[in-house]
Design a protein around this ligand. Structure first.
Ligand code: P6P
Length: 327
């Protein structure tokens, strides 16, 4: 039934779309590192990788052991990939130069959703690839490109199955890891329905949202008796990779809006290595994304770790949120 290995798919897809071989090599290096991360997450307590690392990151979060392990696996792999000039990671204070003559920049959240690790709920690696814009020594500004400049974006979901989903701008494709640690093509071009009856948000923050967001969610909760005229279902996994995968697979809308708990933060999620790659995937699959005011992919970054409010998924829902916030 399914028999196309990732390597064959990449060769064919890159040739058909006249894409660079060095981008293919960069993508392969990221994916191979994720196969190693998958082996670690699967072992859990048996290999002592659960629990806290006893350190913190620039986000002010306590790192899990697997956060550090996944980050080290990716950095070590990309140091050995000549076409990668540098990386930026959620777990690193600033960028890391890897190869002086590299062409690509790789940005990643090595293990998103890590608060779920110890309770065996899906986590994932999110990655984004940019071209290094200038020759000469690497500088921070080289990374601060808007999301439309991404030449590749994707994630690996360490869940019931280990699944890879990525785009290089020519559609979104899904692969499942088999018993030989080989990714096999299992979804040929994800397409997102324009409408949905399923939303994902952390409702415990409801009292902290801006009123347009409170109004939007109230419309969904009103169901078929309300202005939207249909009943909605809700999901919240607290793992963005799992939520986005569900949305790509069966539709939906995901929201992590601005809230007043910390008015200085525009949102919880990070633009460069969470919102941008996920927004590109969703847009490539026929969905939309915004920060409730503008398309996330059009936001001009000002910092590696800047945060952003995120609304992404079914076009109809993102449009409704934008309208309520910008009457
Ligand atoms: P909360 C995980 O920590 C994460 O960055 C996303 O993967 C997830 O969607 C969100 O935060 C969960 O946040 O506040 O519900 O724990």
């Amino acid at each position: 039934m399914f028999c196309t290995p990732l390597s064959d798919f990449l060769n064919q897809h890159f040739q058909q779309n006249n894409l660079s071989g060095s981008l293919k090599e960069t993508l392969s290096a990221i994916i191979n590192a994720c196969v190693a991360i998958s082996a670690k997450t699967r072992q859990g307590a048996l290999s002592g990788v659960l629990g806290e690392a006893g350190s913190g990151n620039i986000q002010g979060e306590n790192q899990k052991k697997l956060d550090v392990i996944a980050n080290d696996i990716l950095i070590n792999a990309l140091r050995q990939t000549p076409m990668v000039a540098g990386i930026a990671s959620e777990e690193e204070d600033t960028f890391v130069e890897t190869n002086e003559h590299g062409k690509y920049l790789v940005l990643f959240d090595p293990l998103d959703g890590s608060s779920n690790i110890d309770v065996n709920i899906s986590v994932g690696t999110i990655f984004s690839v940019l071209k290094k814009p200038s020759s000469g020594s690497l500088k921070l500004d080289d990374f601060l490109q808007n999301g439309r400049n991404q030449v590749a974006a994707g994630y690996v979901l360490y869940g019931v199955q280990t699944q890879l989903v990525f785009t290089v701008g020519q559609g979104v494709f899904g692969f499942t890891l088999n018993d030989n640690n080989q990714f096999i093509l299992t979804k040929n071009d994800f397409r997102l329905p324009e409408s949905t009856a399923e939303f994902a948000i952390n409702m415990s923050n409801q009292r902290h949202w801006e009123s347009p967001m409170q109004n939007y969610i109230a419309e969904l909760l009103a169901g078929k008796d309300g202005v939207r005229g249909k009943n909605y279902n809700m999901r919240w996994v607290a793992s963005m990779v799992a939520e986005v995968h569900r949305i790509l697979t069966r539709g939906g809308v995901f929201l992590y809006p601005f809230d007043y708990r910390d008015p200085n933060k525009p949102g919880k999620l990070r633009l460069m290595y969470e919102a941008n790659p996920m927004s590109l995937l969703i847009e490539q699959a026929g969905g939309a994304s915004s920060n409730a005011h503008q398309n996330i992919l059009d936001i001009q970054p000002t910092g590696l770790h800047q945060r952003v409010a995120v609304v992404l998924g079914a076009k109809e829902e993102v449009a409704r949120v934008n309208l309520l916030h910008n009457p």
